[in-house]
Design a protein around this ligand. Structure first.
Ligand SMILES: Cc1cc2nc3c(=O)[nH]c(=O)nc-3n(C[C@H](O)[C@H](O)[C@H](O)COP(=O)(O)OP(=O)(O)OC[C@H]3O[C@@H](n4cnc5c(N)ncnc54)[C@H](O)[C@@H]3O)c2cc1C
Length: 307
């Protein structure tokens, strides 16, 4: 729904310059692609976030959450309503040492890779797979981000957040239905913090595994060009990148977007690509892989906004 003008004024009166009209979302995505948000707001506290959610709900405006913007393709038409990006006030990390390990409470705005590296330096195991995954803890929980055999689900024990009415809710692990690259959260739930249980191990061993993940990533993924990681989920028993590669699509280009020569499940922005260029390449990959291999690739990247 379009942004009702009084809503923008109500939110701006409380958040000041942290409520920006017509903010280009290309500035907030790893793809460097995306049209303007009607209103981008950056709350710094749970109270401010609850205020924004309640104000938007009261007038029926759509709220779209944005973390680090590293798994989204935002349409060239931008996003109607309110886009919420958690501020630095949500990046706090608390470490509670316990028997055989620690419980870590990480704000949803904390950087996932930095959290994994700090955990490793403290000799805490369970997040090594996250080395090199960009974005926030909130986005990683929502996506159940993972790599090289690990994922967020394996270490998360509870999630704190606000429901659609702006009420604080704590979801225990048993209430979180994790799946491959996804978590079933209540509708309109906003993650504000995640609690992880990490095991104590020799710091050198944890750092060694983290370094191994880093080396494998550097060796196999494109660097130096804006992208959003894997475009498609791996189908059962196979790899989307392999299927796109054998379909002969490495290097295929539409406009300024190109299927990476290095890893066929990555699309890179060669500078000035539109969301339409990327979507066109994704449609092409789906069609050609279907014709060649009989597999319909399911997007991993989330489509956001208007096209
Ligand atoms: C170079 C590169 C490598 C990557 N490698 C991997 C990898 O190995 N494994 C992997 O799984 N992913 C990978 N990704 C994808 C991406 O980094 C992850 O999915 C990441 O966890 C997304 O986090 P984000 O904060 O950027 O979320 P965003 O992309 O901003 O958002 C993703 C989704 O989460 C929702 N969301 C974000 N924050 C919240 C919140 N606080 N509450 C509720 N919903 C929220 C958004 O609405 C959106 O639907 C890679 C991306 C890049 C660019």
């Amino acid at each position: 729904m379009e942004l009702p003008p009084p809503l923008a004024e109500t939110i701006a009166a409380r958040l000041g310059v942290r409520a920006c009209r017509s903010e280009p979302l290309a500035r907030h995505t790893s793809f460097r692609i995306g049209g303007p948000a009607d209103l981008l707001v950056v709350p710094e506290t749970v109270d401010e976030l609850a205020f924004v959610l309640r104000a938007a709900s009261a007038c029926g405006a759509t709220v779209t959450m944005l973390g680090g913007g590293s798994n989204v393709l935002v349409g060239d038409g931008g996003v109607r309503g309110v886009v919420v990006k958690l501020g630095r006030g949500f990046a706090r990390v608390e470490w509670h040492d316990g028997e055989g390990g620690a419980e870590v409470r990480a704000g949803a705005g904390a950087n996932l890779g930095r959290l994994a590296r700090t955990a490793a330096s403290r000799g805490l195991a369970g997040l090594e797979h996250a080395e090199g995954i960009p974005g926030t803890v909130g986005g990683a929980l929502f996506m159940n981000a993972g790599a090289y055999g690990g994922d967020v689900a394996s270490a998360a024990v509870a999630v704190e957040g606000l429901d659609g009415r702006g009420e604080l809710v704590v979801l225990p692990r048993a209430a979180l239905a994790f799946r491959y690259r996804g978590t079933a959260l209540p509708p309109r739930f906003v993650v504000t913090a995640v609690r992880f249980a990490l095991r104590a191990e020799a710091p050198d061993a944890v750092r060694g595994r983290l370094e191994d993940v880093r080396r494998r990533r550097v060796a196999s993924q494109p660097h130096g060009r804006a992208n959003a990681g894997s475009m498609f989920k791996n189908p059962a028993g196979d790899h989307a990148g392999r299927l796109i590669d054998v379909a002969g699509l490495k290097g295929a280009r539409i406009g300024r977007a190109r299927i990476s020569e290095r890893h066929a499940n990555f699309i890179v922005n060669e500078g000035g690509a539109s969301a339409g260029d990327v979507k066109g390449l994704m449609d092409l990959a789906q069609r050609v892989v279907w014709e060649r291999s009989g597999v319909w690739l399911e997007p991993e990247v989330r489509f956001v906004g208007s096209w």
